[in-house]
Design a protein around this ligand. Sequence first.
Ligand code: PLP
Length: 373
Amino acid sequence: MIYLDNAASTSIEPEVIELMCRLTGENFGNPSSIHEHGRRSKLLIENSRKRIATLLGVSSSEIIFTSGGTEANNLILWSCLLDLKIKHFVTSPLEHPAVLKTLENISKHFDLKISYVNVNSEGHIDIGHLDLLLKNSPPSVVSLMHANNEIGNLLPVKQVKKMCDKHNALFHSDTVQTIGKYQINLHSLGFDFAVASAHKFHGPKGAGFVYTKSGIEIKPFITGGVQERNIRAGTENVYGIAGMALALELAMKDIEKNQKYIAGLKQNLKEKIKQEIPEIEFYGDESKEGLYTIVNLRLPANERSEMLPHKLDIEGICVSGGSACSSGSSKPSHVISSLGLKPERPSLRISFSKYNKQDEVDKLIRALKKIYL
Ligand code: PLP
């Protein structure tokens, strides 16, 4: 199989598997227990927190472990409402459902205002519109993702931060697709909140974290015990947390080399596929550099474009459909629809990792040609 769906999930680093298997046998103690076994588990968690915090330029006390990106986004958004008394949520139509659906859900139960910043056909937010939305507004939080998981667009963080500061708004960014992909210092970027998910950077599923800037007091969203400094109850996922810390260290180790290598694969795919199927275009911004791991193909619409991810699966190639065509319907995804491009054309998301090879890109192009031409 050729795996080109790394924005959905990545393979786990062999060293991480080895560590987690060993810990599963050795470290069964409950981290809240006061005895030796408990203390060992607690130490593992705290060491992992320190290592993750150091890699991201923040302090340990600013990291809260969660079950992943979805829970992390939920924790932040609910806390903004309930603990920080935020009445206005500014987001975009391109966000992940972990943000959009959570806001929709909150708005069913509480009186709050949700504003959606305009986006253009290339998937960039309108900073002028953000300025307008924040003007004379009640206490607000801006929730905009660092990199889009379907089209790979990167947020102009400095400009958004400037607007947040100008209007005294909090800044939350869903950094699930960028943590482990860039050298990131969460303090310098100016986020008040950020989130991560280990399975996006060759770590285990079911482990992630929230970064909350020090000085911002939030209360538990999941209640029960006093784990995670009484912000996230529940016995910690000790092996997942330790595996996540190692995965992040490994991801950061050769990050520049890997970035250059993956960006090369992306560029080759774009150039070669254009030669073979000239009608192909790309969703997202082509002129500026987007996330180097994602290419979203805007394919010519014809009868052969139906069920494309399934057809590629039969050819032994794993990718994602950016439109629900993949599930048999012709309705495009909320991200592709929000770009407002006409006529609508099928989308195919290819997402790379350092484990992909050029010959896999060539096989993908050959398979697409076979299906299309
Ligand atoms: N946010 C973004 C941008 C994502 O791509 C994903 C996963 O696809 C999530 C949040 C959810 O993360 P998790 O799978 O850890 O719940």
